[in-house]
Design a protein around this ligand. Structure first.
Ligand code: NOJ
Length: 498
């Protein structure tokens, strides 16, 4: 009798776990709704999007400087990051907002062209190093941990002249830059992210060619880029382990972005296909037991390449040295999650050949009831985040996941209720995943202040704080979402719906 009652109670508790926070608030004690004590919250930015001062203190040009200057028409409002939020000269304004939010950590990126203006060690720039040293000291003095992204899309223009990520020289060039960062900042910085969103770097930069360096080589340039970028990442991890880890004791990882795929017909093969093409091509080489690109991609691309009359696959293959260098080369998986899609295998080939899309051969769709942000690609699908975290748990041996970005775009209103709802639902999805045994240790919101949103200029706003760029003071004004997030951080709970 007693055991039947216990089983019944357990059953009720388990089904309550799957209710939303709003629904289960009244059932659980406050304690059980809290994030674990060591779970940390932060906020993310990137250098080009906020710093401005594009040529100050010897900084060299990056591919984004050159692209925005030469192709104004490609940026929606014909703007650029020359001045942006002027964070380079006004870091204290950002710091004030960070303190107001009470974040545990601040994830920001370093502009390679401030450290090495032409990308190479021969141009080493002490002023750039001093700038970030000072910033790191200030962050730490305020009780906030710095999390550094080494590369957030602003490749030194001079390195692009060598072919950028399509030339394997990038491995050595990145490694030298990374070593400079570890040497100068590693005594205080304990979390390192090598690359932010290789999918965008490679697919948009060297495949479709809509992002700088605007190389249009679909199905060829993008794969070369992935290959070299993974090698640069792996080599950097090995360098840290052999030369810095013992003294500095930090962690090194990479930030990947992906949608989660749902199938209307419960077709697991379609879901697996999209997941391998959007996450697996980076995660499998690093986090799987066997390493190398996912089998499905190796086979598809080999087959398609031969059909196109080539002698070998457009997808480069890791030799044994590189396969083992890259395999296991991360202490955590940084995850940028924004949105999801329904997916299904294309009925007839509907993408240009060759291209990654043609190789993947997947059509995507959205649900009419999914709320859309200002960005045309952004729909709010919190269940996608929960599904994705479980997928990573099962596929990659429950590797530690740090959510390095998650955010919502609008026109910039201070009463940003849709952003509040987006954050609330997504943070809830994270909590659900944690309760389901997913090894998620942190969450970072994108982004601190409205900033330069790449091809969309300043027309799509993702910030928790707003700023009047024409004002002299450039004060950071909290939106409702900042107040909401501050409350989550301070209470470690998600507020119940009233
Ligand atoms: C991810 C990128 O890392 C970031 O730079 C960008 O602003 C956001 N997505 C929103 O598009």
């Amino acid at each position: 009798m007693c055991s039947i009652v216990i089983i019944l109670i357990i059953g009720i508790l388990v089904s309550l776990q799957s209710l939303t926070q709003a629904e289960n608030c009244s059932f659980f004690s406050e304690e059980s709704l809290k994030f674990p004590k060591d779970f940390s919250f932060g906020v993310s930015t990137s250098a080009y999007q906020i710093e401005g001062a594009w040529n100050a203190d010897n900084k060299g040009p990056s591919i984004w400087d050159v692209f925005t200057h030469n192709h104004q028409d490609k940026i929606k409002d014909e703007s650029n990051g020359d001045i942006a939020l002027d964070s380079y000269n006004n870091f204290d304004l950002d710091l004030k907002a960070l303190k107001h939010l009470n974040v545990d950590f601040y994830r920001f990126s370093i502009a390679w062209t401030r450290i090495y203006p032409n990308g190479d060690i021969s141009s080493r720039n002490q002023k750039g190093i001093d700038y970030y040293n000072n910033m790191i000291d200030k962050i730490l003095a305020n009780g906030i941990k710095p999390v550094i992204t080494m590369y957030h899309w602003d490749l030194p223009y001079e390195i692009q002249k060598f072919g950028g990520f399509t030339n394997s020289l990038i491995v050595e060039q990145f490694l030298t830059y990374a070593e400079e960062l570890f040497e100068n900042f590693g005594d205080r910085v304990k979390t390192w992210i090598t690359f932010n969103e290789p999918n965008q770097i490679c697919k948009l930069g060297y495949g479709i060619g809509v992002f700088p360096p605007a190389i249009n080589l679909p199905g060829v340039g993008d794969y070369l880029c992935y290959f070299n970028l993974l090698k640069a990442h792996g080599a950097t991890y090995r360098l840290y382990q052999s030369k810095f880890f013992e003294k500095q004791g930090g962690k090194v990882g990479i930030t990947l972005d992906t949608i989660f795929g749902f199938s209307k017909t419960n077709n697991n093969a379609d879901v697996d296909r999209i997941m391998q093409y959007s996450l697996g091509l980076l995660a499998h080489p690093i986090y799987s037991k066997s390493g190398g690109f996912p089998k499905i991609m190796v086979e598809d691309i080999q087959k398609n390449s031969l059909q196109e009359g080539r002698r070998k696959s457009r997808l480069p293959i890791f030799d044994e040295f590189w396969r083992t260098t890259v395999q296991g080369s991360a202490d955590f998986l940084g995850l940028n999650y924004y949105t999801s899609r329904f997916v299904r295998r294309a009925e007839k080939p509907c993408f240009e050949s060759p291209s990654m899309d043609r190789d993947a051969d997947i059509e995507t769709s959205v649900e009419p009831e999914w709320l859309m942000g200002k960005s045309e690609w952004l729909y709010s699908v919190p269940e996608g985040l929960e599904g994705l975290l479980k997928y990573i748990r099962d596929e990659y041996n429950n590797v530690e996941v740090m959510i390095t970005e998650n955010g919502w775009s609008d026109d910039g209103e201070l009463e940003d209720d849709n952003r509040v709802r987006y954050f609330k639902n997504h943070i809830q999805a994270v909590m659900n995943a944690v309760n389901e045994g997913c090894n998620v240790t942190s969450y970072s919101a994108w982004t601190l202040v409205d900033n330069f949103e790449w091809l969309k200029g300043y027309t799509e706003k993702f910030g928790l704080y707003s700023v009047d760029l024409t004002s002299e003071k450039k004060e950071r004004i909290p939106k409702n979402s900042a107040l909401f997030y501050k409350n989550v951080i301070e209470t470690r709970t998600i507020p119940c719906d009233s």
